[in-house]
Write a protein that binds this ligand. Structure first.
Ligand code: SDX
Length: 444
């Protein structure tokens, strides 16, 4: 049988290699090391099975790079996060979400003309097909909005089935713009449906963040006054959540896309994965935890529970697979918390005080120090979102609105990768060896 030849890495060959030797058979195999522009080198194991018959084993992908990517870089030990090389702190301070979306999609910051053209394209795609409003009526009013998002976004492909050829760059660009433009509209509609208020149409005279606040909180009976400070805060939250390398939901989107599934179905899969409390659902879980703690003097009780191996309780908003230092997004959000609460005259917000004291205690506790558990992006975002008037069950929806552009950028990058193949991991099988069928009358 002809052996499948694996296309060699088009870039990254470092000239270095490592050799692994089986200590029983003394058989050795040499594998090349690939080097990127930043971060750890990788062992190119694509020929390992062909050469040795062995698989690698890495549940949770703790030591595994699933792809090459130029989009986002994280240095977890030093708390660094770059979008296309730009530090997240500088983008959060100086940019706006649609400019960051352009950067993630196109690899460069836009010129003024490019920015105007991109913003206009997004603005003119914000409405959804009126038929889509009927999808909401199939849900109970108290359905979790993430369930609604998974259903409605997945259904979008039914409205564009003649324009989802992901191998056509123009169709990919149109689908990307449609998703970025419509996701806030769909999210706001999920909220309006849950409170029995009429859907509010997008307005083309508002920027992305203002439009979202307007669709969320305006009512037809009176003019809605948008706070520029609140729009700035939600825009910054969108920037901070836009992309994050190969996290669980992004890996879900890539795996779904590797089969050729259409972009709408892939983004719906990403939303489903983000929903989990260990991932994007953590911001909602953080606020529930702070409410359960209820007062500063109960913090030690909860820190003790988090340390207790027999107690499944974890301090939500702490810890991260990659960051073994302070999540740079949490640092920015901590500052935004102060700004938003001051702006809203809520600087004595009890939950914020509990959060600040919990952070202080946890960061001095040896259990957290030994495990390098720091506050992550979800620790402060919930406090800001609640102060801005968002209900807790909308927090992960807002994370999904922001992350949609990251998912799309990563999906497009994978689709354009000449080395791309369908994702199909193998396993270490530990089940029964071959055995014979026994007719039911002869079983014990
Ligand atoms: C996001 O991947 C991304 O980039 C995600 C994200 C993104 O932008 O896409 O950054 C967004 O999902 C942030 C994470 C939000 N989740 C939470 O805040 C939930 C609480 N955190 C944990 O569930 C946990 O820290 C994870 C899931 C975030 C990371 O899990 P890992 O890397 O698999 O680490 P682990 O579970 O193996 O923990 C290592 C040790 C364990 O103790 P020991 O077995 O060594 O004794 O640390 C402990 C864990 O018990 N630990 C915690 C803890 N997190 C880890 N103990 C108490 N409280 C916690 N929060």
């Amino acid at each position: 049988m002809s052996k499948t030849t694996v296309a060699q890495a088009t870039k990254g060959a470092s000239g270095e290699s490592i050799t692994i030797t089986n200590n029983r058979t003394q058989e050795s195999t040499t594998l090349p090391l690939l080097e990127g522009s930043m971060g750890p080198k990788v062992v190119d194991i694509r020929t390992l099975h062909e050469k040795t018959g062995y698989f690698t084993y890495d549940p949770g992908f703790i030591s595994t790079a699933s792809c090459e990517s130029d989009i986002t870089f994280i240095d977890g030990d030093n708390g660094v996060l770059l979008y296309r090389g730009y530090p997240i702190e500088e983008l959060a301070e100086n940019s706006d979400f649609l400019e960051v979306a352009y950067l993630l999609l196109n690899a460069e910051l836009p010129t003024a003309a490019e920015k105007r053209k991109f913003n206009d394209s997004i603005t003119t795609h914000t409405m959804v097909n009126e038929q889509l409003t009927y999808f909401y009526r199939g849900f109970r009013r108290d359905a979790h909005p993430m369930a609604v998002m998974v259903g409605v976004v997945g259904a979008l492909s039914a409205f564009y089935h003649d324009e989802v050829d992901i191998h056509d760059p123009r169709q990919r660009m149109v689908a990307s713009h449609r998703l970025i433009a419509k996701i806030p509209t769909i999210a706001a509609m999920a909220y309006k449906y849950s409170i029995g208020q009429p859907f509010i149409y997008p307005r083309n005279d508002l920027n992305y963040a203002e439009n979202f606040l307007h669709m969320m909180f305006a009512v037809p009976c009176e003019e809605f006054k948008i706070s520029r400070a609140q729009a700035r805060a939600i825009d910054r939250i969108f920037i901070l959540h836009a992309d994050h390398e190969q996290n669980a939901s992004t890996s879900t989107v890539r795996l779904a896309g590797s089969s050729g599934a259409n972009p709408f179905a892939c983004i719906a899969a990403g939303i489903a994965s983000l929903w989990g409390p260990a991932h994007g659902g953590a911001n909602e879980a953080v606020l529930k935890m702070l409410m359960e703690i209820g007062s500063v003097d109960r913090i030690p009780e909860f820190v003790a529970r988090a340390r207790d191996k027999d107690d499944p309780f974890r301090l939500m908003g702490f810890g991260h697979r990659v960051y073994k230092n302070y999540d740079p997004r949490a640092k920015v959000l901590r500052g935004s918390c102060h700004e938003v609460l001051d702006d809203l005259d809520m600087e004595n917000d009890p939950l914020f005080k509990i959060a600040m004291e919990l952070e202080r205690i946890a960061l001095s506790d040896d259990y957290f120090i030994e495990r390098k558990l720091y506050p992550n992006v979800d620790f402060y975002s919930g406090i800001i979102l609640q102060a801005l008037g968002f209900p807790t069950h909308l927090f992960t929806v807002i994370f999904a609105v922001a992350r949609t552009v990251g998912w799309i950028a990563q999906l497009n990058e994978m689709t354009e990768d000449p080395n791309q193949r369908i994702g199909r991991p193998r396993q270490l099988y530990t089940g029964h060896k071959t055995r014979r069928y026994i007719p039911v009358g002869q079983r014990g």
